[in-house]
Write a new protein. Structure first.
Length: 699
């Protein structure tokens, strides 16, 4: 089928004027943002940001986890400072150990990544009371308002946070480039309208007066949230585990191309059932499309157990970029584990007035990197997009967005092609998507794509996009002085300016350069006058790593995770453990809970960096105890549960593990995307336990 895209003859304005800016007083480097895109040293910049909560991960492993994130393409770490974690008892602040914010920021600096600090005071983040300490709720004065008693408490905790990070701001040659004020204010609590805007200005002014001096001040903007003159950041998720429904939700809008930045599914538990979703409190055209909560996975609640695949996550990010996003920010990129306080647990629960019940400990979030540091399928899938955005982000960031009339405008439309164009003058990228979560789309055979540029046309050769596939195709792409009129593959990365690597689903590709047509195949290179072109399959590209070797950029192909530490590249790989774990049932309680004893062999004897205990069970919830203490928990999702044992290695010798499995009833009002096999209407069993060893080596 033929598709003709007539690009606007008059270019929409992309503004170079800075709205915010900040300078590193030591290096002279400066950051800014226009109403359309971010800048670094005056040049357009497409930032990639990932959430990782320092207080939800053992401090001795922060560095290696940040290096993993960096290897995945993350250049900014975002994290919350949960008030209750640091002042659970009024007046008794704790900043040591896993709560050591200053050390975490210093590790980010050492690893060469920036940081966005979310200072609250209300954070949400599936934390107890949204992060408010219990004692604050007991005070009786109005919270999240300009009440002077409340502001005095906020001022105190802001000053405590500032003392931890003083001297580590971007202007001081530190990594902190952004501060987020509050969270979902006016959407999930707080005031809307001018009263809400005034409170956000009060908090921002307080933070600046205390000394939080950064290039970027942000506020979440979805669902009618107010921003108080800050830079709004948006979000999108592939499902809504907080929704009040035990059924599969309608097809998700985040798999189509659209100019609507608002995901009405976010925080739908806070949406008024009568008035419905709120609109923006700001004019989106005055700000770049920046995201802070693209679901790097999904949380799992007691009532809803959706499963986010790597493809779900990849395509959602793909469609947001195609729709104009100029900052990709993941929540969560890296999962974690809640601490337990002296007075209470720190998980969100209905007992404390929250709309959802979450596990006491687990905050895996099905993140790109999991609760114990294990990479999920989405790690490689997203890395394809990140490699592209790092090397071609300037062209993407400064481009306008155009949706052809024939673009499918809703997720139920299976007939029309899903297509968006990001273009600047006569060059750009065509984004094509043929994937929809929970649906099969028809294969798009013999697509004939034509780009009309006024007096000239670019005619792509016929190609096919099968169900489940998505791709970016460039047109008039200038690489080292050579213009690629079109390619039927997606750019992956540049190597030393004069080499460009592409990928597609077949490994074969057609390029038109200088009026001539060239055919590229997997493993072969086209050597032109000023440019070398290499074509990969999708599978090869997922395992391609761009590294610097003796001053030259090269690609190496590695099945395992690759992280960089200085100039040392470390390969991390896994294989089944040589010894076996065993288990036996020990009892069943009156309410149907089953208890099992798990016997482990001697571990960490052969140079393992970690050992994962894989628990294959069916039930509602599994709790893992060591000497009677809860050390891990997991809501059943239909996927195996992997528990990293590295953090317990000093305590494992001679210790007994007990697993409790709570029954899941078939008639319970719970949505389980991958349901278990019920026996007489109940699922409650442990099928196997096994061990996976993780090793590392320098290459």
């Amino acid at each position: 089928m033929k598709y003709i895209i007539e690009l606007p003859q008059k270019e929409s304005t992309v503004s170079p004027d800075l709205k915010f800016k900040g300078r590193n007083l030591k290096s002279g480097e400066f950051l800014g943002v226009t109403k359309d895109y971010f800048t670094k040293n005056g040049q357009p910049w497409f930032p990639i940001m990932g959430e990782f909560h320092f207080s939800r991960y053992p401090e001795e492993y922060w560095e290696e986890e940040i290096l993993k994130m960096k290897a995945g393409g993350i250049e900014i770490i975002a994290n919350y400072v949960f008030w209750i974690y640091h002042e659970e008892v009024e007046g008794n602040f704790i900043w040591e150990g896993q709560r050591n914010l200053r050390r975490f920021v210093e590790v980010c600096q050492k690893c060469g990544v920036f940081m966005f600090l979310r200072i609250g005071p209300w954070s949400h983040g599936e934390c107890r009371n949204g992060g408010f300490p219990d004692w604050l709720l007991a005070k009786g004065f109005e919270l999240r308002s300009d009440n002077p008693n409340y502001l005095a408490k906020v001022n105190k905790v802001y000053r405590q946070i500032y003392q931890q990070v003083e001297g580590l701001f971007f202007k001081d040659d530190g990594p902190i480039i952004g501060i987020q004020i509050e969270n979902e204010y006016g959407h999930a609590g707080g005031f809307d309208g001018e009263k809400g805007e005034a409170h956000m200005r009060t908090l921002t002014g307080m933070a600046k007066e205390i000394g939080f001096d950064v290039p970027y001040y942000t506020a979440t903007g979805w669902g009618g949230a107010v921003i108080g003159d800050n830079l709004p950041v948006m979000g999108a998720y592939v499902d809504a585990p907080w929704a009040d429904s035990a059924e599969q939700l309608p097809l998700n809008d985040n798999f189509i191309f659209s100019d609507d930045r608002n995901d009405n599914g976010i925080g739908s538990d806070y949406i008024d059932s009568v008035t419905g979703p709120k609109k923006f409190s700001f004019d989106p055209s005055g700000y770049p499309y920046a995201t802070a909560e693209l679901g790097g996975g999904l949380m799992v609640t007691k009532d809803r157990r959706p499963v986010a695949s790597g493809k779900d996550t990849e395509v959602m990010v793909f469609t947001r970029v195609a729709s104009g996003a100029n900052l990709v920010g993941y929540y969560m990129y890296h999962g974690g584990t809640n601490l337990v306080g002296k007075l209470s647990t720190f998980n969100e629960s209905k007992k404390t007035g929250s709309p959802c019940d979450l596990p006491i400990l687990s905050y895996d979030f099905q993140g790109v990197i999991g609760e114990y540091g294990q990479t999920h399928e989405s790690f490689d899938f997203l890395r394809l997009q990140h490699l592209f955005l790092v090397d071609f982000g300037r062209e993407v960031a400064t481009s306008s967005v155009f949706f052809p009339e024939f673009n499918a405008s809703n997720p139920e439309n299976f007939e029309q092609l899903r297509v968006s164009v990001r273009h600047s003058q006569d060059s750009g990228f065509v984004f094509l998507n043929n994937y929809q979560r929970h649906a099969d789309l028809p294969d798009r055979n013999d697509i004939e794509l034509q780009i009309d540029l006024g007096d000239t046309q670019i005619k792509f050769p016929k190609f096919t996009l099968k169900n489940g596939q998505n791709i970016v195709l460039p047109f008039n792409l200038n690489v080292n002085g050579t213009v690629i009129e079109y390619a039927t593959s997606q750019p992956l990365c540049l190597l030393n300016d004069d080499n460009i690597v592409f990928w597609n689903y077949t490994g074969g590709c057609e390029y038109k350069i200088g009026g001539k047509i060239y055919k590229g195949q997997t493993g072969t290179e086209l050597n032109l006058c000023n440019l070398n072109i290499k074509t990969l399959t999708r599978e090869e590209a997922q395992k391609a790593w761009k590294i610097n070797r003796e001053g030259k950029e090269v690609l190496i192909f590695n099945e395992a995770l690759l992280i960089e530490n200085g100039k040392v590249y470390t390969e991390i790989s896994s294989k089944p453990h040589t010894a076996k774990a065993t288990f036996k049932e020990i009892k069943t309680s009156e309410n149907g809970d089953k208890f099992f004893k798990i016997i482990l062999p001697e571990l960490f004897q052969d140079g393992e960096r970690d050992v994962y205990l894989t628990i294959d069970f069916e039930g509602s919830l599994a709790n893992l105890f060591m000497d009677g203490k809860l050390v891990a928990d997991w809501f059943y999702t239909g996927l195996p549960w992997n528990v990293g044992l590295k953090r317990f290695r000093n305590d494992l010798s001679g210790k007994e593990l007990t697993l409790q499995v709570k029954p899941l009833k078939k008639d319970a009002p719970i949505y389980v995307e991958i349901p278990p096999k019920y026996v007489k209407g109940i699922a409650c069993n442990l099928f196997s336990v096994s061990l996976i060893s993780e090793f590392e080596k320098n290459i």
